[in-house]
Write a protein that binds this ligand. Structure first.
Ligand code: ATR
Length: 283
């Protein structure tokens, strides 16, 4: 699908600070080349103190839209005229489109990214089949919970170091959520269909997320949204227990697709070649 020639040479990028670690330029660069588009996608490092001035200038510089990463995902909502329900409910946006009428459309595509990751890696998983455990209660947890509730998961247990943050998340999303302690996992483990890590634990340079997997939890699919390293200590422990595991890189790739389509007019494919290309950058 294309929006016409104008979008094929559009200008887009990712704003954040720091930005050098971002894989978004490599993902969009892969697609621009694959679909032979003359558009461009740049890493745009903006210091937090310069944000309002530099962000406002992007449209005049000809940008069709931008991805947004840490630390700006929340504050960009102040600039948007149209905020999707996903972005509103999670309080964060990662994909902005600068529209011709001068307004900004803000979306949170991490939600669709998580849903597509699960659909492609575990197509037989059905949300309604049972409860899910979410480790963490930050911004990434909000996106994952939103996606799980949309998949009709009957109950979501939130396990977080800071219990008050887990309680806030549960209060925000309603009565299908419940706070659980790590110790309670053993009891609820038999019923859960999925366990998801949304914390930053397990990332390169961070300690692993320690979960005591046991045979009774074996039927749960174990997902980590951390993608660097590709297979975290949490996933390795789950694998040793006999659980099916899903690595997180696919979520990063899938969350990028809606922006690419909006700015460049081509619906891009998340295929094994893209996966391999980006995975190589992590080694
Ligand atoms: P993000 O937007 O990436 O989700 P965040 O909002 O800062 O980032 O949330 C980070 C999550 O990782 C939180 O659930 C955090 O737990 P707390 O709410 O207790 O801070 C979790 N996390 C980060 N470092 C952790 C650690 N050392 N031990 C346990 N949990 C940790």
């Amino acid at each position: 699908m294309t929006n016409g020639d104008e979008s094929r040479d559009a200008k887009a990028g990712v704003v954040g600070w720091p930005i050098s670690h971002s894989l978004s330029p490599a993902i969009h660069g892969f697609w621009l080349k694959k679909y032979r588009l003359s558009g461009s996608y740049a890493a745009l490092g903006i210091r937090p103190g310069d944000f309002d001035r530099k962000f406002s200038a992007l449209r005049e510089q000809g940008f069709a839209g931008v991805n947004v990463t840490i630390p700006f995902k929340e504050r960009v909502l102040e600039h948007a005229a149209e905020i999707t329900p996903a972005a509103r409910d999670t309080g964060a946006a990662n994909t902005l489109t600068f529209r011709k009428d001068g307004t900004i459309h803000a979306d949170n595509t991490d939600i669709a990214g998580f849903a597509r990751l699960v659909k492609s890696a575990a197509p037989d998983w059905k949300g309604r089949d049972g409860p899910v455990v979410v480790m963490g209660a930050g911004g990434a947890a909000r996106a994952v919970v939103w996606s799980l509730l949309a998949e009709k998961v009957p109950r979501v247990f939130i396990v977080n170091r800071t219990v008050s943050k887990a309680e806030t998340l549960c209060a925000h999303f309603g009565n299908r959520l419940e706070v659980a302690s790590p110790g309670e996992l053993r009891g609820i483990g038999r019923k859960v269909t999925m366990i998801v890590n949304t914390t930053s634990l397990g990332m390169k340079g961070q300690p692993d997320l320690a979960v005591e997997f046991e045979p009774g939890m074996r039927s749960a699919i174990v997902v980590d949204i951390v993608y660097n390293p590709l297979k975290t200590g949490f996933l390795k422990a789950a694998e040793r227990n006999g659980n099916r595991i899903v690595t997180g890189l696919g979520m990063l790739l899938h969350q990028a697709a809606p922006g690419f389509e909006r700015w460049f007019g081509v619906s891009p494919e998340v295929d094994s070649e893209l996966h391999e290309t980006i995975a190589r950058k992590l080694r």
